[in-house]
Design a protein around this ligand. Structure first.
Ligand SMILES: [Ca+2]
Ligand SMILES: [Ca+2]
Length: 424
């Protein structure tokens, strides 16, 4: 199976920028379980383009809402999530007719889609080229019409463009409302799988999950998919903050409301998190690698920098029960009010590609309602340099994420996929 995959990948490799092509290279190797495996290398851009004027070029569209574009490591293909439950495949920017995987209800799959529900996350194993494993996050109502948020392990078939049709649940989280499901998953540079979960839903964190370390909701979770603990399909990393007690062992960070889209900066390991706000404030948190373990991002004691119970929305906790104590909490580096038109922040990713050298080190992000595009980069003091970019950008964005080359792709609610490009 693997040799078939690798031959196909090697043949399929193309260069990064625009129409420039570069011959395939297959001289790299990775070690997996002691076995040396050839792996293709994605070449850097042959003709980089200088300039900071950012544009979005539409490369194609999928069915329904497109929620994420991503790639396995060192793989030239682009995989796009359809909210309804399928993963679609682009090769050389051409949409392939058959889904890579279809977990939709129409295909007999488990994904419950609609509103904020659906196939929400996809992360390829760092050793995907060798082990064929990838992970998905979806909402489901099977069995018994009971709502759950699920992380499942899937595998590719002998055909590299087709996954095996069923996935195995790794983590199942009971949920109580259709909104606030998080859904983004990524592997860190430590090889562990990070999972962002919503506070459950409703409004105002009605079950007080986000600050409760025993709940898997309103958190970043971190699990080891390669070393299974007894009775589980995953392991608990030894330095997770509650591994010795005081909370659920999977919990890595607390105080999230709905971390819909976030990513690691692949160069630094910093987390850039868009936490969708309640009725007033959208938040962008940048949590440096050294500060992540056990971090508390504030919700639902705070919405942004504001004490939640002072606001005229449904952050209804009383100050007496949940005093707004800032000690031990991290606050966002950028916050946008709903009065300014922001309603659901869409965090993106730090550009680490080679096609547009003047974009390197900038994180690009946007908002589902406001649209537009913002870039920000960390300054030495830990604050952000923030630039609201001129120009017109796609409406109703749902994600902005890198492929294996570090090139960024935006998806939106009507199924379009765009390549972020720049020029003078
Ligand atoms: Ca929910
Ligand atoms: Ca926060």
């Amino acid at each position: 199976m693997r040799s078939t995959t690798l031959v196909a990948l090697s043949v399929a490799i193309v260069a990064a920028c625009g129409s420039s092509k570069k011959p395939a290279r297959d001289d790299a190797a990775v070690i997996d379980d002691g076995k040396l495996v050839d792996a293709p290398v994605i070449p850097s851009c042959e003709n980089p383009v200088a300039g900071e004027q950012v544009t979005m070029r539409r490369i194609g569209g999928v069915v329904g809402a497109a929620l994420l574009a991503t790639s396995p490591p060192n793989d030239p293909r682009l995989f796009v999530l359809e909210q309804r439950g399928a993963i679609r495949l682009f090769k050389d920017e051409v949409l392939q007719p058959d889904p890579f995987l279809d977990l939709s209800v129409d295909a007999g799959g488990p994904v419950a889609a609609g509103g904020e529900q659906g196939l929400l996350g996809l992360a390829f194993h760092p050793q995907y080229a060798a082990n064929g494993q990838f992970f998905v996050f979806y909402t489901t109502r099977v069995p018994n019409n009971t709502l759950r948020d699920v992380v499942a392990r899937c595998t590719v078939s002998s055909n590299p463009d087709l996954a095996n049709p069923t996935c195995v649940e790794v983590l199942s989280i009971p949920d109580f409302a259709g909104n606030h499901n998080g859904g983004m998953i990524e592997f860190g540079n430590d090889g562990l799988l990070y999972i962002g979960t919503g506070d459950g839903g409703g409004g105002g964190d009605p079950q007080r999950t986000a600050q409760n370390p025993a709940s898997l909701l309103g958190k970043f979770l971190r699990i080891d998919v390669d070393n299974k603990a007894a009775g589980k399909d995953y392991g608990i990393p030894a330095d997770n903050p509650f591994v010795a007690g005081g909370g659920a062992p999977e919990v890595f960070m607390l105080g999230l409301r709905n971390p819909w889209r976030w990513s690691f900066d692949r160069a630094t390991g910093d987390l850039w998190i868009g936490d969708v706000g309640q009725g007033q404030i959208e938040e962008l948190h940048v949590v440096k690698a050294a500060d992540q373990r056990g971090a508390n991002l504030g919700w639902s004691v705070y919405e942004g920098n504001s004490c939640c119970d002072t606001q005229a929305d449904n952050c209804t906790q009383s100050g007496a029960q949940y005093p707004c104590e800032p000690t031990g909490k991290l606050f966002p580096q950028d916050s946008r009010t709903h009065a300014s038109g922001w309603i659901s922040i869409i965090a993106g990713q730090v550009y680490r590609g080679t096609c547009y050298p003047d974009l390197v080190g900038w994180h690009f992000y946007t908002d589902y309602g406001k649209g537009g595009l913002v870039k920000a980069r960390l300054q030495p003091a830990g604050t952000l340099e923030i630039v609201d970019l001129p120009g017109t950008f796609p409406a109703k964005p749902t994600s902005l994420h890198a492929d294996s080359r570090g090139e960024l792709y935006m998806t939106n609610d009507v199924g379009s996929v765009y390549h972020l490009e720049a020029g003078p």
